[in-house]
Design a binder for this molecule. Sequence first.
Ligand SMILES: Nc1nc2c(ncn2[C@@H]2O[C@H](COP(=O)(O)OP(=O)(O)OP(=O)(O)O)[C@@H](O)[C@H]2O)c(=O)[nH]1
Ligand SMILES: [Mg+2]
Length: 303
Amino acid sequence: MDISRLARDIRKGDRKALAKGITLAENETAKASSLLRTLEPPGRAFVVGVTGPPGTGKSTLVDRLVGLYRRRGLRVGVIAVDPTSPITGGALLGDRVRMERHANDRGVFIRSMASRGWSGGLSRATSQVIQLMDAAGFDVVLLETVGIGQSDIEVVGVSHAVLVVLMPGLGDDVQVSKAGLMEIGDVYVVNKADVEGADALVVSLLGLVRSMRSRSPPVVKVSALTGEGLENLESAIEAIRARFEEGDLEVRLRSASGMIAQTARAVLAERLAHTSRERVNELALMVVKGEITVDAAAGLLLK
Ligand SMILES: Nc1nc2c(ncn2[C@@H]2O[C@H](COP(=O)(O)OP(=O)(O)OP(=O)(O)O)[C@@H](O)[C@H]2O)c(=O)[nH]1
Ligand SMILES: [Mg+2]
């Protein structure tokens, strides 16, 4: 494959080339990283992570956000990580239908990535895809992932702004705290405002947010279905995007350090997977004989 030609086509905004680059990121991260070296992503794309429990309306909201940004004339990339959650199962099809109105819009690029069986590699691939979209000239990248486990939550660590999307009737604040979602949100979105219990959820979230010592992220109530409250969500995100555009280091560093950490973890995991069984057995024998500790053996393995 001609990497420099692919890079040139991606920079020109060729959609087929971008799709090819993304496939590289999914299947051959090493090739994708040489592509990215050639591309030198400019770092212009503002990355919004959208996470939360299954079925809270993340995709519906992402679709709304695409509409908002398109009206501002911005080009939008969407990455949906594992859109088929156990609850809404088969949502990928639903997402396709929902996003169909953007299908012919050259200013929108939507890509789904399956997370099953990926674990560590997913974060690295995601950060590569973000950089590819950035190089292709997208102004905003919306990254949707179901926030169930630690690894799902990790995926949004590469974002400049993280929206945590919740809805009434989830078992509310306790579940949210347990899932680690209270640590990562820049904006808490209570979606499905048209459904009973939204106000109570807002109240309990405000309680949680106020108890945070270092920061107090906004809580906004919206209905992705009816459009109610979307302007409040928009201004909450735009406040962060304004800081990003001004070059605010806090906002910019977060995404960059997230990408570095996740890439490093993936590289390390890959290296470990390639370590020879003989070497591991050799070290295990030393541990069994009491010559070294497990920690020391792991250290030697990584050297
Ligand atoms: N009543 C109501 N329903 C909504 C709203 N937003 C989304 N829904 C519905 O909730 C269901 C799930 O919406 P999705 O957007 O697929 O939710 P999701 O969070 O992306 O789901 P997963 O990706 O499967 O976790 C769909 O049936 C939507 O139509 C809302 O504001 N009000
Ligand atoms: Mg979804």
